[in-house]
Design a protein around this ligand. Structure first.
Ligand SMILES: *Cc1c(COP(=O)(O)O)cnc(C)c1O
Length: 358
């Protein structure tokens, strides 16, 4: 059994993927070909925002978002202690200071009341909070109704890291539409993955969108040899855009299957583990199906499953605030993050898991 079975997923759609790739090879516009712009339009429609700017990966998407917002030296960015490293890594990359706060123990997402506390505490320490980065952990959107209010009240930009959340929603509003600007990743194992690296930025703000559009191509002006600001080299390859156009066609059906698998896991594992909590009105994209064991039993379960041929993974064994690379930055105490790091593990999640009727 595979943890994420990309090969069998590909087998279902192989002829269509081959045809799309062939088309790119035939027209030869490998950089910024027509598929890139077609994809951006379709993704913006899917998410329900005005603008989508594709880029090279989800980490660059976050960095471009911070750059477009003008976040830099002297600014503090508040974020969750429980995420993949990129979420925090991009903050010092633009010269700003990360400040970590704890998660809600049920959703693993940034806790709104901890965010309130963190803003006050960071200010008391002489830091200048300018922005918040939230994460849609394991596919479940963060509590945006509460977090958007807090950000407005304190005049903070809000960046949604929807690398795992793409396809999720809150009362029908799709992940990628929250905050001032949102980002996602098309890394192969993400809910919508390509066959290489890829990423995208979403916003309703035309000014932020044109800044991102410029900054992903070396800060271009009217044309690519006019450079009006410092940017990056971060384009989505045309071939990856072509692959994503095909995968987007099958995405909703795939999300439905993931939902069914999650429900079956819930039924069969409740009582044995703490199963995922999805608040009413929320839809997870099920990037991961993650359960929580008793800390002292986690290794036992992982080992037992392994002996039965069932792969598992631990996302994440170390909180961002406990990573060596982040040791010079501060934040609040994070007991919920620490416990999650010691007790969670994720089970296989892909469309070819068998649904057992009983
Ligand atoms: C995967 C991931 C990223 C980074 O995406 P890449 O495309 O690998 O750069 C950022 N944030 C979160 C929460 C992720 O899971």
């Amino acid at each position: 059994m595979q943890f994420i079975d990309l090969q069998s997923q590909l087998a279902h759609i192989r002829p269509a993927i081959d045809a799309r790739i062939k088309k790119v090879l035939d027209h030869g516009q490998f950089i910024m070909g027509p598929e890139v712009f077609e994809l951006e339009e379709k993704l913006a429609d899917y998410v329900g925002v005005k603008r989508c700017i594709s880029c090279a990966n989800g980490t660059d998407a976050l960095q471009l978002a911070l750059m477009a917002l003008g976040i830099g030296p002297g600014d503090t960015v508040i974020t969750t202690a429980f995420s993949f490293f990129s979420t925090a890594e991009v903050i010092p990359l633009v010269g700003a200071t990360p400040y970590f706060v704890d998660i809600n123990p049920d959703t693993y997402n940034l806790c709104p009341s901890e965010l309130q506390k963190g803003i006050a505490e960071a200010k008391a320490q002489g830091l200048s909070p300018k922005a918040v980065i939230t994460v849609d952990m394991f596919g479940l959107p963060a509590n945006y109704p509460a977090i958007e209010n807090i950000c407005q009240e304190h005049n903070l930009y809000l960046i949604e890291d929807a690398a795992q959340g793409f396809g999720g929603s809150i009362n029908g509003k799709k992940a990628g539409c929250f905050g001032d600007i949102a980002t996602t990743s098309f890394f192969p194992a993400k809910p919508l993955g390509c066959y290489g690296d890829g990423g995208a930025i979403f916003t309703n703000n035309d000014n932020l969108a044109s800044l991102c559009d410029s900054m992903r191509v070396h800060g271009k002006g009217q044309h690519k040899y006019e450079n009006i600001r410092i940017g990056m080299n971060s384009r989505l390859d045309t071939i990856q855009a072509a692959i994503l156009l095909e995968k987007l066609e099958h995405f909703t059906a795939e999300l439905n299957i993931r939902q069914q698998i999650a429900e079956q896991y819930n039924q069969q594992l409740a009582g044995q583990f703490k199963t995922p909590v999805v608040t009413s009105g929320y839809q997870s994209a099920w990037a991961q199906y993650t359960v929580q064991a008793k800390t002292e039993n986690r290794d036992y379960w992982i080992d037992k499953l392994k002996r039965q041929g069932i792969p598992t993974a631990v996302y994440y064994p170390i909180g961002l605030n406990r990573q060596k690379a982040m040791e010079c930055y501060s934040g609040l105490a994070t007991p919920n993050t620490n416990l999650a790091c010691e007790s969670v593990f994720s089970l296989p999640m892909h469309q070819d898991l068998k649904i057992i009727q009983n």
